[in-house]
Ligand binder design. Structure first.
Ligand code: ADA
Length: 608
């Protein structure tokens, strides 16, 4: 089917498709980035399974809380009285009465199941670990915080069924090895993201994965994954953007979508694919684009790319990580308003709805597994290693079709300078490459010149805090340390023969307390942070060797409540250019101005 972009690049002429949208240019006002969506056509979050019966789960559930049980598996239901109520999605430990509580939150819902058979419970992410009970029988243990997971349930007959999710937010390294108390963001308890419950047909479709093999030729690879045996291809029908149906030649094949528009941050055009079988059908959304790291540059669809944006936590003082859609959409609006084309999803697998919004808004994403400053006691532990690998597999599976996701990462600020850890770094890099050969793989290093794993990653990503931590104690405002430190690192990259790898600064920043203004421009003032960000951006403007920046960070987030909070005023990580309620600090405008100048300059390799 032919699709032609209108001369102002804002919509398709002659397109029959309802699902192909292109978002607005960057000069439109806040929150209008989706204005070219056909009127009345609600945005969907894919994949969709139009033939399946499903149940409403995102509503108010019965709730009970206890600190008395040893874990979420060993539950004496007779000792619980579900006299509370809690929202799903939602976290219990920001609710009045449970603020800061650690224990098990029990969420209960009765579902009037329409027919006997298999049901699929999809969880977008919960934490810290959750036991699923179906009619009081244990059905699954979800021990990967933030990960999207799936659980199969059986209904013997139609009628009411009881679903209970027992969510334990206590720290226990062996049971929840991915989240430790020392991590610099608050570990909340609850159902972070939407739940879905669907009837599975006897022969069902799992996913259809799309990879762009050659953007110029519009050549894509398709991989159909089914549950169980169903290889009767003759009964399958596949179509793109509502166009003509074809019978797939195999479960895995290549095809060319001539004249389909490419996806890019400037023109984030999305396409749909529909696969139908007799019993089931799936609609997936995808974009056509390639990402490569070559000769020190990042190439998107073969063109040089400069990344500029933020690290972002999914965090809010009231909702914790269970961000309502309105906040997700607002955050996209703030990123676009500051002219960002990049966000690093620090430090865990992202909400799939946020990734779909990034697809539509043309924001490139680094998504990473959950990890933070992990050292030998973690990296050598079998439960930790297995959980790391399991979560990366889930992450790739869930995010595979998002064109916005260009980088997969893992183990933020781990022991990447220690030789004992090097085999595990290799294992995770190889795993991610194997799961998805078409994306870039890296990790954010805090080890600078002593890192021993850079040569294995597709790009060198380093976190650094000159003029903040370890700033020269004799200097009042040591901002000149910023260019010194960055120059030093670039000389190392050259000497270490790493300059064939693109280099990005994956974290840099300084704290500012919202509303604290100071004529001394002292550390913690909004003025100091604004000057700091200005110094970073000024340096990058004349340093084309660095092809990406994710400032630390987008908005303040709740962090330590232990004695470590002495380094975290208000118990928040205050390095956001906005506070936790998304109120902009002085640095916001500085970022906006630099990034506006950088937009579109990447192709020339210069920035000013
Ligand atoms: C690290 C870490 C971030 C945050 C930051 C800081 O680089 O990756 O999560 O803790 O430091 O604010 O110090």
């Amino acid at each position: 089917m032919k699709q032609v972009l209108s001369s102002d690049n804002t919509h398709f002429k002659d397109s029959n498709s309802k699902k192909c949208h292109i978002v607005a240019e960057k000069d439109v006002s806040f929150l209008q980035y989706f204005r070219n969506k056909p009127a009345g056509d609600a945005m969907e979050f894919y994949p969709l399974f139009p033939k399946r019966d499903s149940y409403l789960l995102n509503t108010v559930w019965d709730f009970a809380f206890t600190e008395d049980f040893p874990d979420a598996e060993h539950v004496d239901f007779d000792r619980l009285s579900f006299d509370g109520a809690a929202a799903v999605p939602g976290v219990f430990d920001t609710l009045p009465g449970y603020c800061g509580a650690r224990g098990i939150g029990f969420y209960r819902k009765y579902i009037d199941v329409k027919k006997a058979g298999t049901l699929l419970l999809k969880s977008g992410g919960l934490g810290l670990r959750g036991s699923v009970f179906w009619n009081r029988e244990p059905a699954a243990m979800i021990d990967l915080p933030y990960s999207g997971t799936e659980t199969l349930l059986k209904a013997d007959r139609p009628g009411p069924c009881e679903l209970i999710l027992a969510i334990d937010n206590r720290f226990h390294f062996e049971k929840t090895p991915l989240f430790s108390q020392y991590y610099d963001f608050y570990a909340h308890g609850g159902i972070y993201r939407p739940l879905e419950l669907q009837h599975l047909p006897e022969k069902s479709i799992d996913r259809v994965y799309v990879t762009t093999l050659d953007h110029a030729k519009r050549k894509i690879g398709i991989k159909i994954v089914l549950r169980g045996n169903m290889s009767d291809l003759q009964s399958m029908r596949l179509s793109f953007d509502g166009g003509p149906e074809i019978i797939p030649p195999a479960l895995e094949f290549e095809t060319v979508l001539k004249e389909f528009a490419l996806w890019s941050p400037e023109h984030p055009v999305m396409h749909t694919l529909k696969l139908e079988t007799e019993d089931d059908s799936i609609v997936e959304e995808f974009g056509i684009r390639t990402i490569k790291a070559e000769k020190g540059s990042l190439l998107l669809n073969g063109e040089k790319l400069h990344l500029h944006g933020f690290c972002r936590h999914e965090s809010h003082p009231q909702f914790g990580p269970a961000l309502p859609l309105q906040i997700l959409l607002e955050d996209i609006g703030f990123l676009k308003d500051m002219n960002c084309n990049f966000v690093r999803g620090s430090h865990y697998p992202q909400d799939q709805r946020f990734l779909s919004l990034c697809d539509r808004a043309g924001i490139l994403v680094w998504e990473e597994g959950l990890g933070w400053g992990d050292k030998r006691d973690h990296i050598e532990n079998p439960s930790f290693r297995s959980a790391q690998k399991r979560q990366l597999k889930q992450m790739v599976r869930n995010s595979f079709n998002h064109p916005s996701v260009i980088i997969f990462g893992f183990l933020n600020e781990g022991d990447s300078h220690e030789t004992y850890a090097a085999p595990f770094y290799s294992e995770l890099i190889d795993l991610l490459h194997k799961l998805d050969p078409a994306r870039l793989v890296t990790y954010a290093s805090a080890r600078g010149e002593s890192d021993v794993n850079f040569s294995k990653a597709d790009l060198v990503a380093f976190n650094t805090y000159p003029a903040w931590y370890a700033a020269d104690s004799e200097k009042f405002r040591p901002l000149e340390e910023i260019p010194e430190r960055l120059n030093q690192f670039l000389s190392f990259v050259k000497k270490a023969d790493l300059n064939e790898k693109p280099v990005i600064i994956s974290e840099i920043g300084a704290g500012a307390l919202y509303g604290w203004h100071d004529r001394f421009k002292a550390p913690w003032s909004e003025e100091y942070q604004a000057e700091y960000i200005d110094a970073v951006c000024r340096y990058l403007s004349s340093t084309p060797e660095i092809c990406g920046l994710s400032l630390w960070h987008f908005a303040d987030c709740r962090s330590y409540t232990t004695s470590k909070s002495l380094f975290r005023p208000r118990t928040f990580n205050n390095k956001g250019v906005m506070d936790e309620y998304r109120r902009p600090k002085l640095a916001y405008e500085i970022v906006k101005q630099y990034f506006s100048r950088w937009c579109g300059q990447e192709k020339e390799g210069t920035r000013s």
